[in-house]
Write a protein that binds this ligand. Structure first.
Ligand code: MN
Length: 433
């Protein structure tokens, strides 16, 4: 089965004996994302989100309900071995789980393997070996480029190379872990020297995360036609950014301390299989743009390589929360605003022989729509703080204040299909330490 093809697990008529799965905004039985969770007072183990509950896969393995080829991987306290499974094994595991959760016969035997999600803690899904952040949101690249280089927003390499940099894996945290406002060097344009101080320009970045599955050997590139086989799943990623540090430090080597103090991910790994019904064609490049070089070009990737996912960002200030106000939506836009596909990101990354490994994380870069209502960072929404936005509490924001909570949402939708979501990706800003 190809990575864009569907099977019985996507059947809109399929329901689960876990009642809350029916009509669930994120986790109907058509989704079945993997994660690592702890039931109250218990050790981390692998689970699958289903409605408001989590199915304990380690227990399923112990009960002999999973194929021998995947049972050991499902008994680990992280997803690296599950991510390393072949596409065929992962597809079979999905069909088994869909079967277990849809057939009423399993209701009683699996009662002890179902935990209410509210009683569980979520952890990072994998031991993340390496994290790389790309820059494929072309409208973001244009908007940010204009701030730093008004005459020359998009550098000439952008339409040939999926631009990226190596980030920091150690500071990635799952949704819910607060982010401490970082200290660093910032220099006002007319100041003679920088100061070392808490960032005055704390920002978020709306991104998709891509989990690497099977790796490639050092020295052996990943052909574009095989790139999809190396992707184990997707998540939301908030690449917290200190814009004042960034402006001062980014030349000549690119982002460093402006980016590596904390990154927040949604803890559920939404599989390529779950997203198969939501594959769409990559938008044709505008007239006059160069075609991708041959090693990044594949007809199948252009026909199915983009994702029909809607992205949203919400902000809630401490004042809004204490007044019982709902989070305020800052932006909404489609994930299809990517100049390069995720397969092209993978192939480019490995094209020099760099070895990707199971559990590596790639970020797409900020995904902005062409219009303001879909801008994926405050840097763009407020024009670097020059045009503060109004919150329903009467407060305004150029950049984030202490106590602000940012949450990202992603929903995949297609005609005739049950929509699936990515779950929570949120964190609150704490004062500097
Ligand atoms: Mn980023």
């Amino acid at each position: 089965m190809n990575w864009w093809q569907t099977d019985e697990t996507h059947d809109p008529a399929r329901t689960s004996w876990v009642e809350s799965a029916q009509g669930h905004i994120d986790f109907p039985i058509q989704n079945l994302p993997f994660g690592v969770f702890s039931p109250a007072g218990k050790a981390p183990r692998i689970g699958v989100a289903i409605g408001d509950a989590i199915l304990d896969l380690a227990t399923c393995a112990r009960l002999g309900l999973l194929a021998p080829s995947v049972a050991a991987a499902c008994g680990e306290p992280h997803l690296n071995a599950v991510m390393a499974l072949s596409v065929a094994d992962r597809g079979n595991l999905r069909r088994t789980i869909s079967d277990l959760l849809s057939r009423p016969a399993f209701h009683d035997s699996l009662a002890g393997a179902i935990h209410p999600a509210t009683d569980c803690a979520m952890h990072l899904p994998a031991r993340i070996g390496d994290y790389t952040d790309f820059y494929v949101g072309i409208h973001h690249a244009n908007n940010i480029g204009r701030v730093f280089r008004p005459d020359n927003p998009l550098l000439p390499n952008y339409k040939y190379v999926p631009i990226g940099y190596h980030g920091r894996a150690s500071s990635i945290r799952p949704s819910g872990v607060p982010v401490v406002r970082p200290r660093g060097q910032r220099k006002l344009p007319d100041a003679e020297a920088p100061v070392f101080a808490p960032t005055a320009r704390l920002d978020y970045e709306l991104e998709l995360g891509v989990w690497i599955g099977t790796g490639n050997d050092l020295g052996t590139p990943v052909p574009i036609a095989q790139a999809a086989d190396h992707i184990a799943g997707f998540c939301l990623l908030n690449d917290w950014s200190a814009r004042d540090f960034q402006a001062w430090e980014y030349q000549p080597l690119g982002p460093f301390l402006a980016k590596n103090f904390h990154s927040t991910i949604s803890p559920w790994v939404v599989t390529p299989e779950a997203l198969a019904p939501f594959r769409i064609a990559q938008a044709p490049r505008p007239e006059g743009d160069p075609a991708p070089l041959d090693h990044l070009a594949a007809a199948e990737d252009q026909a199915h390589g983009a994702l029909a996912i809607g992205l949203e960002v919400f902000l809630s200030s401490a004042k809004m929360r204490s007044a019982g106000m709902e989070p305020h939506r800052l932006s909404a836009g489609p994930a299809a605003n990517m100049y390069w596909t995720v397969n092209q990101m993978v192939t480019h990354h490995a094209s020099n022989g760099c070895n990707l490994q199971p559990g590596d994380l790639l970020g797409t870069g900020t995904i902005s729509a062409p219009t303001r209502d879909g801008f994926g960072s405050l840097m763009e929404l407020t024009e670097a703080g020059n045009r503060p936005l109004a919150l329903p509490s009467g407060e305004t924001r150029g950049f984030l204040e202490d106590g602000d909570e940012v949450s990202l949402r992603a929903t995949a939708a297609a005609p005739g299909r049950i929509s699936i979501g990515f779950g929570e990706c949120r964190a609150t800003v704490l004062p500097p330490r």
